[in-house]
Design a protein. Structure first.
Length: 287
């Protein structure tokens, strides 16, 4: 159910973290991150376990059993049914090798390094000293009013000229903070794909999304002409290996046939005892 899902658990944990930050915020950024991370894990884990126990839900128990079987000797019928397949094994290095040939992996790494540098520099930079506000006498304000009116035109011209200039990371990091979500989301998908190779179907499209950020003026300051040049050069370099990969995938024509798996399924239909069928499947995986 949705009420006991990790999505709701993470949402409530983020709300608690934001509420605590508004009332008790530390001056040290590293300690602040450590506190927020610890609170998030504790709240999300407590809500997940508590809601599942209170509502007697075990819909996603097989997912945790699969993760448990990946790192321990735990086995049951469902874990052995999944883990004997190659798609549920750990990811192979050949996957990263092919992603490197298409320049998808190097470009993604370059974008992530650039984002970490920008936000790290903006986050841990020393705050600018506050300038004291000096109150002027009313007579002085009237005398300077004409000068302010003359200078207002210049300030408007400067503001319009600044809009056409490339945006720097120092002045615009806060408005593009949503990009940190994509970095953390990609980290989650990467971890999932490493544990279960089948989940690389989530990782690869997200790598394409991060690669598209090379055309973002915040990530890579550039003008309109250079942006087109960089995008077309990158697409041309990617197509060298990408075209051969597409041809290889299209050339695979055949029919899937697994006599052992068909025999297993027929045995499950004809065997009334589930334990006997699980033992048959265990011997099949070991063979």
């Amino acid at each position: 159910m949705l009420i006991s899902s990790m999505y709701v658990s993470a949402y409530l944990a983020f709300k608690v973290v934001i509420l605590l930050d508004n009332h008790a915020k530390m001056s040290n950024r590293i300690l602040q991150f450590a506190k927020d991370g610890t609170v998030f894990i504790l709240v999300a884990g407590a809500y997940k376990a508590g809601s599942a126990w209170l509502l007697q839900l075990s819909d996603d128990a097989h997912i945790f059993n699969i993760l448990r079987a990946k790192f321990t000797d735990y086995k049951d019928f469902h874990t052995m049914l999944y883990t004997c397949s190659k798609a549920f094994d750990f990811i192979e290095l050949e996957v990263f090798y092919k992603l490197t040939l298409t320049l998808l992996l190097p470009t993604t790494v370059a974008v992530i390094v650039r984002l970490v540098y920008i936000f790290g520099r903006a986050l841990f930079a020393a705050p600018e000293p506050l300038t004291p506000i000096v109150e002027e006498h009313p007579a002085e304000k009237n005398g300077k009013s004409s000068e302010k009116e003359k200078g207002s035109r210049k300030t408007r011209e400067n503001e319009t000229s600044k809009k056409s200039e490339p945006v720097t990371e120092e002045e615009d990091a806060s408005t593009h903070s949503y990009l940190t979500y994509h970095v953390f989301q990609f980290g989650c998908y990467l971890g999932m794909a490493v544990i279960l190779m089948r989940l690389k179907l989530f990782m690869t499209p997200y790598m394409c999304l991060l690669t598209s950020l090379v055309a973002n003026n915040f990530v890579l300051p550039q003008n309109k002409k250079s942006r087109y040049v960089i995008v077309f050069l990158l697409l041309g370099a990617m197509s060298i290996s990408g075209y051969s990969n597409i041809q290889e995938q299209l050339s695979r024509v055949g029919e899937f046939s697994s006599p052992q798996q068909e025999e297993l399924f027929s045995g499950l239909r004809n065997t009334p005892n589930l334990m006997l069928s699980s033992l048959d499947h265990a011997s099949y995986c070991q063979s």
